[in-house]
Design a protein around this ligand. Structure first.
Ligand code: GLU
Length: 454
């Protein structure tokens, strides 16, 4: 049952933002599960917590002009959505992708508030980016774009104000160019970005953290059901940073990743992707910036299936497996895909991407009572380790890899415990989707009351 306050808030949101499809989806997913908390705490309504938390504190949009290698002037649109600073400085990545618009960044920023709350670290929620496509651009073009983007963004960010990081299309190269320009403009070398290179203030294990954390979260779900990940066949979608390090940790824990994808299609390798094959993928994707189809040419045990947008489902989710790690992008797994996964006996879904499952898919996972780790919990290891990077920067210290990874593991175990605990408290044992929303929301809502009407 949806609480009447949540219904009213959603109605108002639909009226005001009918065209912001992804933001509405993310808001609905959270608000529909908050019933028991809104019932128990009438003060959340008295303090208009939903009305306030659904409205970003600030949205900045700006022109990003740059010159391409042919000497042509190009223009993109840049954004920063500073959603909530109630728990700390705005924190969240930048996404460079042609699909970027205000709705997508508001959904990501909204999710980030609760994800960041779940990490237990003092970080608020934000997100930004541009409709710029780094794919196929030269290094010089990427640098020109990043510098122009930062020429505007630098006014709004700072180590104690707003700390961006990477996301889709923003990796080590882009963070380098963005940070360099910030430093030049502000004349300050501060922890204004995370995901920096370890040579100049980055944290070890930050590149690995989202994927590693997602696997650790799945291991906790398995543990709570008396199982381990050993020998489990795992579908991993995507082939970027999150997918790569998800595979790496799965292999380390004795599981067997059997698939990877990109926008062109997916590869299925029933023999499993081992350490050598993964090293090849990392070189393909990170150095040569090639396509995943080449995997099937290189390794004869694998087959390649090209994407077919005329299908109502994605066949990667029909591969026989025990667990799935959607690590590509939003809404990559729909209701039909969820049915196919469940038909094949998949017992765990741990989300590496943000909101990869549609509302129908999430409903099916929850009804089937499989181990379902929603993105805001399962992929929080990335931003959790960003918070560890901020700590190291603040102390002008540098921790070794073992220390960072053990802190990351602690964060993931704690998040699982908090989500499972909240689900138990509100009489929905095992429902980690509801548990994550309830646990994250409680921290944010209580802090908002304590800080007054701001
Ligand atoms: N973009 C990542 C996320 O979705 C990381 C954000 C960060 O490290 O600030 O959580």
């Amino acid at each position: 049952m949806i609480h009447s306050y949540a219904t009213e808030a959603l109605e108002q949101l639909h009226n005001r933002h009918a065209h912001e499809r992804e933001f509405l989806q993310a808001a609905e997913e959270v608000l529909e599960t908050l019933g028991p908390a809104l019932e128990k705490h009438p003060e959340y309504r008295e303090h208009a917590i939903l009305d306030r938390v659904l409205e970003p504190e600030r949205i900045i949009t700006f022109r990003v002009p740059w010159v391409d290698d042919g000497g042509n002037v190009r223009v993109n649109r840049g954004y920063r959505v500073q959603f909530s600073s109630v728990l700390g400085p705005y924190k969240g990545g930048l996404r460079f992708h042609p699909s970027v618009n205000q709705s997508i960044l508001k959904f990501l920023g909204f999710e980030q508030i609760f994800k960041n709350a779940l990490t237990g670290r003092p970080i608020g929620g934000g997100k930004g980016g541009a409709d710029f496509d780094p794919k196929g651009k030269s290094d010089r073009e990427v640098m020109a774009f990043c510098h122009s983007f930062m020429n505007e963004l630098f006014r709004y960010i700072g180590a104690d104000t707003d700390v961006p990081a990477g996301d889709i299309g923003v990796g080590a190269r882009e963070v380098g160019y963005l940070f360099g320009q910030y430093k030049r403009l502000a004349n300050e070398f501060t922890g204004v970005f995370t995901g920096k290179d370890p040579k100049w203030g980055g944290s070890l294990i930050r590149p690995e953290a989202t994927g590693y954390g997602c696997v650790y979260f799945c291991r906790e779900m398995a543990k709570s059901r008396g199982e381990s990940l050993e020998g489990k066949r795992c579908i991993v979608s995507g082939s970027g940073n999150v997918a790569q390090y998800t595979c790496e940790k799965l292999i380390q824990l004795g599981a067997k990743p059997v698939a990877l994808s990109d926008s062109g299609g997916f590869v299925h390798d029933p023999d499993g992707i081992d350490v050598e094959k993964l090293a090849w993928v990392m070189e393909l994707k990170n150095e040569r910036r090639g396509r995943i189809s080449e995997y099937a040419d290189e390794f004869k045990s694998a087959t390649y299936t090209a994407s077919d947008r005329s299908l109502s489902h994605n066949p990667i989710w029909s591969i026989e497996a025990d667990a799935a790690f959607p690590s590509a992008t939003q809404n990559e797994l729909n209701g039909e895909d969820a049915t196919n996964l469940l038909k094949n006996g998949v017992k765990y879904v741990s989300e590496g991407a943000n909101m990869p499952s549609t509302v129908e898919a999430v409903t099916k996972f929850r009804e089937a009572k499989i181990g379902y780790g929603p993105a805001k919990a399962a992929n929080a290891g990335g931003v959790g380790t960003s918070a560890l990077e901020m700590t190291q920067n603040g102390m002008r210290d540098r921790w070794d890899a073992e220390r960072v990874e053990s802190e990351l593991l602690k964060i993931m175990v704690q998040i699982h415990e908090d989500c499972a605990g909240a689900a138990d408290t509100y009489g929905m044992p095992g429902d980690l989707a509801a548990g994550a929303n309830l646990a994250g929301f409680a921290k944010v809502a209580d802090a908002m009351i304590e800080q007054g009407v701001v």
